[in-house]
Design a protein around this ligand. Sequence first.
Ligand SMILES: Nc1ncnc2c1ncn2[C@@H]1O[C@H](COP(=O)(O)OP(=O)(O)OP(=O)(O)O)[C@@H](O)[C@H]1O
Ligand SMILES: [Mg+2]
Length: 229
Amino acid sequence: MAVIEARDVTYRYVNKYQTVDALRGVNCKFEEGRMYALIGKSGSGKSTLLSLMAGLMVPTTGEILYMGKSTNKLNLTRYRRENAAVIYQSFRLFPLLTVSENVTYPMELRGFKGKKAREKAAELIEKVGLPETVLKRYPSMLSGGEQQRVAVARAMSMDTKLLLADEPTGNLDTENGQRIIELLAKLAHEDGYCVVVVTHDLEIAARADTTYRIRDGVLYEETNKPSEE
Ligand SMILES: Nc1ncnc2c1ncn2[C@@H]1O[C@H](COP(=O)(O)OP(=O)(O)OP(=O)(O)O)[C@@H](O)[C@H]1O
Ligand SMILES: [Mg+2]
């Protein structure tokens, strides 16, 4: 079964001044153990699709199925807390919490606290390739690449199969960006995560197992190597 799937999804932003059809009938499946790239021009609908998968909103028509269940019918607060781990371009770590506290936070929301949670956080920090000494530091004391690793560890602490990333390398230099992508690919291939990465970077897209392109709200699977439009 796909971890997450879009079925005939449309999304329309409506406000007083305008209506934007951001997605127009999107169908796609995302499986365990694979990394997917979502590419397309600015404004094509990438973040909209990711936000729907993250449970930040529900489709205008159609449905997003997480493990076969429509997000239209799920408690979205709970879904966001327990199932949809999101990694952002700007890292979005909690600035007043230490690295350890950032990583234990999602566990605490599930009632997993104290020493066990701190040990798990230390394990995850090691897994993303950071030294134990960062655990007591605050995010501002880390480089961008290090902060993004912490964000990956925090996402993993949710203990979900689904990792969604919106331009996770957008604020990093090429080398650190590559490292984050290698890490995400490893999580997919070795640990069975379903990883979905929105990116402008074709080199990054080339690391994915499957690349979907969105053009004006319509999604296509790229059969060849991703290329510039
Ligand atoms: N809150 C909003 N209200 C109205 N229109 C919106 C809103 N958010 C996005 N849009 C519009 O929906 C379309 C898709 O936007 P989306 O953010 O999904 O694009 P994107 O592919 O992520 O672009 P980028 O690469 O620049 O991040 C665009 O035309 C955008 O202007
Ligand atoms: Mg976007």
